[in-house]
Ligand binder design. Structure first.
Ligand code: C2E
Ligand code: MG
Ligand code: MG
Length: 256
């Protein structure tokens, strides 16, 4: 009943695919399709989250093999998955089983992990990083008021939350924030992915600000593995045929 759907992360500059994010769906025999925001919290409360995390790692690695290329596969884990000191072993075993390298995988976590009181969490996180796996901070800008963790945690990617993207066209402070966050990420050598891009205008603003990576319905909704394979064929991955053309040019708000 559990399935992973996949959504591409695209490079707005070169119009290539940088990676895929695996997003879980629950096809309930009676209730139909249930979205992760409705079942992940219950899985966390009941302890079933560890089973979901293990399944997502297994299944995403298995499917990533058939799309082998330069792209990364991103898997979402709950802060609770980091309570398990065996998590690095589990991840290493899934990579090895499917013949993937550590650099093929990105583990996404949310800022909730910073408020997590479990004594194992920080050590597990460091050990996952030590395997060479990239860690991404998801929903950046929504959960936690301190930026100090950007120095402390071994993160290589930030995902700018959709709420910033939604207001880009009409709100100058959203544009100022997205630009400032990009500058921070560049100086810390972090990849930043803009999440939830739905419109050409949003894409254009981000492109002009210098964003190199984005994800959203404008490029593709999350798709079943079969539909995703069709999408990849139709868009000729790596042939420059993926993203809608966002005209390059200087940022009008950047003195240019
Ligand atoms: P997320 O990791 O931030 O994933 C992005 C969410 O935004 C996804 O919702 C995706 O379908 C949606 N999205 C992407 N582009 C657009 C867009 O252009 N417009 C709009 N309106 N939405 C867009 P989804 O799939 O419902 O997942 C929600 C959250 O559930 C995820 O947020 C993630 O935190 C969590 N989640 C998903 N799969 C898993 C999983 O396997 N394990 C765990 N622990 N959490 C998961
Ligand atoms: Mg995510
Ligand atoms: Mg997110």
């Amino acid at each position: 009943q559990l399935k992973l759907y996949y959504q591409p992360i695209t490079d707005a500059e070169h119009t290539n695919i940088l990676g895929y994010e695996a997003l879980m769906r629950w096809h309930h025999p009676v209730k139909g399709l249930i979205m992760p925001n409705d079942f992940i919290p219950i899985a966390e409360e009941t302890g079933l989250i560890h089973m979901l995390g293990a399944y997502a790692l297994y299944e995403a690695c298995r499917e990533a093999v058939s799309w082998a290329g330069e792209q990364t596969i991103s898997v979402n884990l709950s802060p609770m998955d980091f309570h398990n000191p065996e998590l690095p072993v589990l991840i290493g075993a899934e990579l090895a089983r499917h013949g993937l390298a550590a650099r093929d995988l990105v583990v996404e976590m949310t800022e909730g992990i910073l408020l997590d009181g479990d004594p194992n969490t920080q050590a597990t996180l460091q050990r996952v990083h030590a395997l060479g796996i990239r860690l991404a901070m998801d929903d950046f800008g929504t959960g936690y008021s301190s930026l100090a963790y950007l120095r402390r945690l071994p993160i290589s990617e930030l995902k700018l939350d959709k709420s910033f993207i939604d207001d880009l066209e009409r709100d100058a402070s959203s544009r100022a924030l997205s630009k400032a966050i990009l500058t921070i990420c560049e100086s810390l050598d972090l990849r930043v992915v803009a999440e939830g891009i739905e419109g050409e205008q949003q894409c254009e603003i981000l492109r002009r600000q210098g964003y190199h990576a984005g994800q959203g319905y404008l490029f593709s909704r999350p798709l079943t593995p079969d539909a995703f394979a069709d999408w990849l064929r139709a868009h000729e991955v790596g042939q420059g045929g993926v993203a809608p053309a966002c005209a390059a040019g200087p940022d009008p708000e950047d003195g240019g």
